[in-house]
Design a binder for this molecule. Sequence first.
Ligand code: PTJ
Length: 261
Amino acid sequence: MGEIPESHPRRSSLLARQKLVDAAAEGLLADSAMIAHGRGEAFDYLLGEQTSDSARSAIREASARLLTAERPVISVNGNTVVLAGEDLIRVAAVVGCPIEVNLYYRTPERIARLLTRLAEQRASVAGGPAPDGWSEDWAKAVSSVALLGDGADGSIEGLEGARAICCTNGIGSADIVLVPLEDGDRCEALVEMGKQVVVIDLNPLSRTSRMATVTIVDEVTRAATALVDEVVSGHAAQGDWDNRAALSEALDIIAGASAGE
Ligand code: PTJ
């Protein structure tokens, strides 16, 4: 793809697409990754391509829950590593939790390639600046982020086949899982196992969005960047979280967009 001018109105969208095109050529993505992304883009367009106040509240709630959990884990798939891997490594460094590569379309080759990509991202983040407000040894915190997914030895109850596979020292023993772009069945199975599930999904109507404990209706790249700020700030939870209300607020934004408000 040629240079995209800084002023191009769809610059960030075009850059994200190019990242996915390159990653697909490198064998990092599922065959249907572009379809999933396209569906996300359509919802993002209707949401105004910005983090809403309601999504910001969900990000704050997610942050508070991750920081107070005993065994938090961040679960990532192909699209997430490519679009938001570095910021999720920053989140993991601040929270002090592992990242597990856990795929819907699981193959050993993709697990290995995504773990390699995450290790490269971790090295780059460790060598870069600490987020504003962080005062401890940044390189040490980042280097301590464990990358799981290889040799997975556990399973998610209630699921069959490759989708059930997970790491016992990751998702298997987690009390809260942050899992962007998740599938509805797996989200439900994790909730059934008594875990809190925080999802990032642009579709407020998806089964995943409706099953999750906290749904961040936002684009994964933007949400991950905002989540870094939140975990560093360390705000407390806001009290009772009403996930249905958060989803209704997202639907109201979409309804307003289609009515030309
Ligand atoms: O890497 P794998 O094998 O785990 O496969 C990953 C995909 C995403 C291909 C797989 O999980 C899949 O098919 O997902 P779905 O069922 O199509 O769901 C994707 C959901 O994520 C949809 O509700 C989209 O609206 C949403 N979505 C897509 N892109 C983004 C997004 N949400 C936030 N940010 C995005 N960039």
